[in-house]
Design a protein around this ligand. Structure first.
Ligand code: FES
Ligand code: MG
Length: 592
């Protein structure tokens, strides 16, 4: 079916600016933009009105560079015959927002849906960067379904200390251990972490920000090759201009998110995520975008399509390099070119530039085979997630490729089965409980303990906390054991490479069986069967559940704000993307 091109008289903005049925309202819309110096001709001659959703602010430094970049976007919009209108996205700053930035993903989503629905916009440029700005924006674009294009602000330059690369976030996990072991003091700790952030941009590792911006490109929602251009590079300003030009053409072509965000596009994102060594937050956000786009996608798909895909991007935390080397080696197109040649991707999907993925990445060979590996020579095999199930939860994710050999040895339960592990659990209820008790010797934590964190899902800790990657007690670190397996209903930072069992759903706070766990219980993890089983019989579990219910259920902290209460009342579990249940039924709302 040939797509019908948009015409001037059918532009959505005509309803506001040229509506003979309601001259009074039309005049009010016009006068209040004209008082900004916008001309009547700009508003009434049939030019596409382009929203530019500004995610940068003083409160959102990972995206602040967009305040400059948007000038180039506007130049591009005007050059292509459009009229740009900039407006703010609710700020989301991963490191700073308390209790967690994840609380704001759905709030920013709701706000953006209302703006895109309620204002005279024919298309929108989504400026993204820090972790949740990308999914929030894409979820809204999928819901409203007006032409939309993503412009990432790009990662920071590489961090350095002497000749050593220092990666955002990843350095924190390393230095926390050295601080705990007494190797460095607090001023040095601070200075080493500051080394990781040398310029404007988002995290320079393959954390959630780089992952989600790369996957926006893999989905076809940003210009090819744009996701990983470092923030300060001149190419970033150029691609901002091209993005502005392109959105105007997308309006004329009536190229909408629903044309791009297809099941095949999501499958491409899942596969690409594994090859990138992408963040364990990606399944949450990608599943959420899919739900808002009306595409079926779940964690079984992540295991089936993604688990056996090899790791090609040699970027921290899974690899050795940072965003600058990754960009110079060819970035996302070079990774996808390897995957397409290996038959792993759908090449025919349409992307924002109107061309297919295969067209966009043709000839994009890796320019450095150490940084972006050939498919046949990966860093690790099976780099994706397993979707673990059992009597503790219906779904939890684990990246098995990061399990170290010594670690496998310590927890092995059966010498004939290299995939079966057992450990005794020590349970914490939220991160404050963990910090208060982790060094308590009476907990008996040793080299064969599994640390459990519960009360950290989207309801227990409103928004879901990145706290499952717990550090062992200081005494154990000093004795040479610097990591223990962790399991829980919360998330983990994308910059952490810990071998954790994450995102357990349903969470303890909504009746998940994690609430029944007691310190001292044994848990068996069978990676061959994608299974996690609590070794407590059903009768005992039934008694524990009765007791818990008699006590009024699993306790979690009170709401601190209205939004916490509203979100807790309607949020879906992490495996369903932590979406707001009533919101996922809305589709294509710009047309209604
Ligand atoms: Fe904002 Fe990492 S903290 S991108
Ligand atoms: Mg994070």
């Amino acid at each position: 079916m040939t797509k019908q091109l948009m015409t001037k008289d059918r532009l959505r903005s005509r309803y506001w600016f040229d509506n003979p049925d309601n001259p009074g309202t039309t005049a009010l819309c016009l006068e209040r933009y004209m008082n900004q110096g916008v001309t009547l001709e700009e508003l009434t001659s049939g030019r596409p009105i382009i929203g530019i959703c500004q995610s940068g602010s003083d409160l959102a430094p990972c995206n602040r560079h967009h305040i400059e970049l948007v000038k180039r976007v506007k130049d591009g919009v005007r050059a292509a015959g459009g009229v740009p209108f900039e407006f703010p996205l609710h700020p989301i700053h991963e490191n700073v927002r308390r209790p967690t930035a994840a609380l704001d993903r759905n709030l920013a989503y709701l706000g953006l849906v209302e703006v895109l629905h309620g204002y005279p916009l024919d298309g929108v440029v989504l400026t993204t960067g820090c972790d949740k700005t990308t999914p929030a924006s894409l979820m809204a674009a999928a819901t409203v379904n007006i032409p939309a294009i993503v412009l990432s602000g790009g990662p920071m330059l590489n961090g350095w200390r002497g000749r050593e690369r220092v990666g955002s976030g990843t350095v924190v996990w390393e230095m926390r251990k050295r601080l705990a072991a007494g190797d460095i003091d607090y001023p040095e700790f601070l200075s080493r972490i500051a080394d990781s952030a040398p310029s404007v941009g988002h995290c320079n590792t393959m954390g959630t920000a780089s992952t989600m911006n790369s996957l926006a490109e893999a989905l076809g929602m940003s210009l090819p090759g744009s996701a990983m251009i470092p923030g300060p590079y001149k190419e970033r300003g150029a691609v901002a201009y091209e993005t502005g030009e392109r959105i105007v053409d997308m309006v004329w072509e009536d190229l909408r998110p629903s044309d791009i965000l297809t099941r095949d596009a999501f499958e491409n994102a899942v596969v690409t995520c594994s090859a990138l060594g992408g963040s364990s937050n990606a399944p949450i956000h990608i599943n959420a975008i899919a739900r808002h786009a009306g595409v079926e996608l779940d964690n079984d798909d992540w295991q089936r399509l993604g688990h056996e895909v090899p790791l090609l991007a040699n970027v921290m935390p899974a690899g050795a390099y940072l965003s600058e080397e990754f960009y110079r080696a060819g970035g996302v197109p070079a990774v996808m070119n390897e995957l397409l040649s290996a038959g792993r991707l759908h090449g025919e999907v349409i992307t924002v530039n109107g061309l297919s993925l295969a067209d966009n990445i043709a000839g994009c060979e890796t320019a450095d085979e150490d940084v972006i590996r050939r498919y046949g020579n990966p860093l690790v095999e099976h780099a994706g997630f397993l979707n673990l199930k059992g009597n503790l939860f219906d779904s939890a994710l684990m990246k098995t490729s990061v399990i170290a050999a010594d670690f496998r040895q310590r927890f092995l339960s059966d010498p004939d089965d290299p995939n079966a592990f057992e450990g005794k659990v020590v349970v914490f209820d939220g991160s404050e409980d963990y910090h208060a008790r982790i060094d308590d010797p009476s907990l008996g934590i040793d080299g064969r303990t599994i640390l459990v964190m519960r009360g950290a899902g989207p309801v227990g800790h409103p928004g879901g906390a990145e706290v499952v990657n717990m550090q062992p007690p200081e005494a154990l670190i000093r004795a040479g054991i610097d990591s223990l397996p962790c399991l829980g209903d919360g998330r983990q930072s994308g910059t952490s490479g810990s071998p954790s069992i994450l995102n357990g759903s349903p969470e303890a706070a909504t009746g998940g069986a994690l609430a029944l766990l007691k310190s001292g219980d044994w848990v068996r993890v069978d990676l061959g069967r994608s299974e996690v089983m609590l070794k407590v019989d059903d009768a005992e579990l039934a008694v524990r559940r009765e007791c818990l219910e008699a006590e009024g259920g699993y306790r979690y902290p009170d709401h601190q704000t209205p939004w916490q209460e509203i979100q807790r009342g309607m949020v879906r579990p992490l495996d369903q993307g932590m979406t707001l249940a009533p919101a996922t039924k809305y589709r294509d709302v710009a047309r209604t």
